[in-house]
Design a binder for this molecule. Structure first.
Ligand SMILES: Nc1ncnc2c1ncn2[C@@H]1O[C@H](COP(=O)(O)OP(=O)(O)OP(=O)(O)O)[C@@H](O)[C@H]1O
Ligand SMILES: [Mg+2]
Length: 204
């Protein structure tokens, strides 16, 4: 199975979601590959930093930093794993389209906000055009604010499938991004469970 994390907007939590989800799925016993399709190399740098810190990632990371590379190699690489999670670049629509051609499922991270939702629609549209089932995932949700109820209602009214779990903004997540293996999975434990329809005991 190939799951593509995509959005046409930068800084919405694509790389964070791709890596945390990969690590969470690996903890469920899956053989997981994380594919870095972003020439920025966020996941490759994250993998190197974790290894240098003496606590390597539990998932394999491969770089496919162009549409041509994705078309050539993604399906072949994914064949050796139970689950492949692809982190896409935000500007290069050609790479996103190439990844979606091979995808079984797409995730579009959406931070709460009207403008963020407007931009997320481009991500939903790309998946729809490729015929790939797509789910919105609310990311960077401020714990001090009330739930972004309005945004959830708009998504539901527009018929955009979404994860029930939200990903809250946490300093502990920000400090691991690009730097260290996520030991604590935070809200991503629930997102991974939803992705796999697994039952988990909710942490208090
Ligand atoms: N749940 C979270 N809590 C705290 N910080 C977060 C969370 N998710 C993402 N971040 C931070 O937000 C920033 C953007 O996240 P990330 O790099 O995952 O976004 P992106 O969509 O991949 O960006 P780009 O388009 O540049 O690739 C990073 O600095 C990351 O550390
Ligand atoms: Mg990124």
């Amino acid at each position: 199975m190939i799951c593509v994390v995509e959005a046409v907007k930068g800084g919405v939590g694509k790389s964070t979601t791709a890596l945390y989800l990969s690590e969470a799925l690996a903890r469920h016993g899956r053989r997981v590959l994380a594919v870095d399709a972003d020439p920025q190399g966020t996941l490759l740098e994250w993998e190197a930093a974790a290894a240098d810190a003496g606590d390597p990632l539990r998932v394999a990371v491969e770089g496919l930093p162009s549409a041509v590379m994705v078309r050539r190699r993604l399906t072949g690489l994914a064949a050796s794993y139970d689950m492949t999670v692809v982190d896409c670049p935000n500007r290069d629509v050609a790479v996103i389209e190439a990844a979606l051609e091979c995808a079984d499922e797409a995730i579009v991270p959406v931070p709460p906000g009207v403008e963020e939702l407007r931009r997320a629609r481009a991500g939903f549209a790309l998946a729809k055009r490729a015929g790939v089932p797509c789910r919105a995932l609310l990311t960077l949700v401020d714990i001090r604010m009330s739930l972004p109820q309005e945004l959830l209602e708009v998504l539901d009214a527009e018929g955009v499938p979404r994860f029930r779990s939200l990903v809250r903004r946490r300093a502990a997540i920000a400090s691991t991004v690009g730097a260290a293996r996520p030991r604590e999975l935070h809200d991503y434990a629930h997102v991974a469970a939803e992705l796999e329809n697994l039952e988990v005991t909710l942490a208090p």
